[in-house]
Design a protein around this ligand. Structure first.
Ligand SMILES: [Zn+2]
Length: 276
């Protein structure tokens, strides 16, 4: 699944590559998939995208926005899979969930793996969509200060029992983070995934905040994780510290074997010695 850094990378590459291109034809999926959320019928999508011109793409959290001017915005959200650019000489993949073919013969295709939104809104209406309208500050926004983060933890502790992994991956409390990047954040903060939030004061709180900011900016700088592809089908440059490939291998800090457990909707990888 794409997480915040992959969305930032895709938005930047889209802005550089397809801004100003005119849409010849927009098509919705030829590969049925019940977990792709569309808000338009194929015919409607086709007529609403024809002849429109791509504006500068941008992202927020795990949402990608591509203006189709005049008047509309194409929104991709919570997706994994592939969002790919094809130059005029390249073939469009046989299976896709959305394709835009441009007047110059180039194209954009999207194919999600698990689920995801691919929706076309009248400009402004996208801001009323669930998960977008109520999105809290993401870790790369100026509002995401340590003061804000600290209040967020206090708020969470008041409302229910949560763990560090719960804070990082559930309910979009910190939008943009997901199961992959969360592992490395917890490793850098030396916190066990099950570490309770109500025992996160002082130094621990600050180290978790620093680990979030540092990890996210490093993954962005490296163009996303190496287990996801960018707009040109190239893997990102960030190699995860903890992943399925590191289970049973020595921890890079202390040499203890990395362990795996199932917890909160996904596998967790951690060092039982460093992370407490
Ligand atoms: Zn260790």
């Amino acid at each position: 699944m794409f997480e915040l850094p992959e969305y930032v990378t895709l938005a930047r590459q889209l802005a550089d590559t397809v801004t100003g291109k005119q849409i010849k034809e927009g098509r919705l999926g030829n590969s049925p998939h019940k977990f792709v959320w569309y808000n338009r019928k194929p015919r409607e999508f086709e007529s609403l995208t024809a002849d429109r011109v791509i504006g500068k793409a941008y992202s927020r959290g795990r949402w990608l926005f591509i203006p189709t001017n005049p008047g509309y915005v194409l929104v991709f959200g919570e997706c994994g899979g592939r969002i790919l650019y094809h130059n005029s000489k390249e073939e469009i993949p046989k299976k896709y969930h959305l394709v835009l073919v441009f007047e110059d013969g180039s194209a954009l295709s999207a194919m999600t793996q698990m689920w995801g939104a691919m929706e076309l809104y009248e400009k402004g209406q996208e801001l009323k969509r669930k998960y977008i309208c109520d999105m809290r500050p993401t870790p790369i926004e100026p509002e995401f200060s340590f003061g804000y983060f600290s209040n967020l933890i206090d708020e969470c502790v008041h409302s229910e029992k949560r763990s560090v992994k719960g804070l990082l991956t559930q309910d979009q409390i910190i939008p943009g983070l997901g199961n992959s990047i969360a592992q490395d954040i917890m490793f850098k903060a030396k916190l066990h995934p099950k570490h309770p939030l109500d025992d996160l004061a002082g130094k621990k709180r600050k180290s978790l905040y620093d680990a979030i900011r540092k990890t996210v900016s490093e993954v962005i700088r490296k163009g996303g994780r190496n287990d996801e592809c960018d707009l040109f089908g190239q893997p990102g440059g960030y190699e995860r510290i903890l992943s399925k490939d590191t289970v049973g291998r020595p921890c890079q800090e202390c040499g203890t074997k990395i362990e795996k457990m199932q917890y909160l909707g996904g596998a967790c990888y951690y060092c039982p010695r460093c992370q407490v």
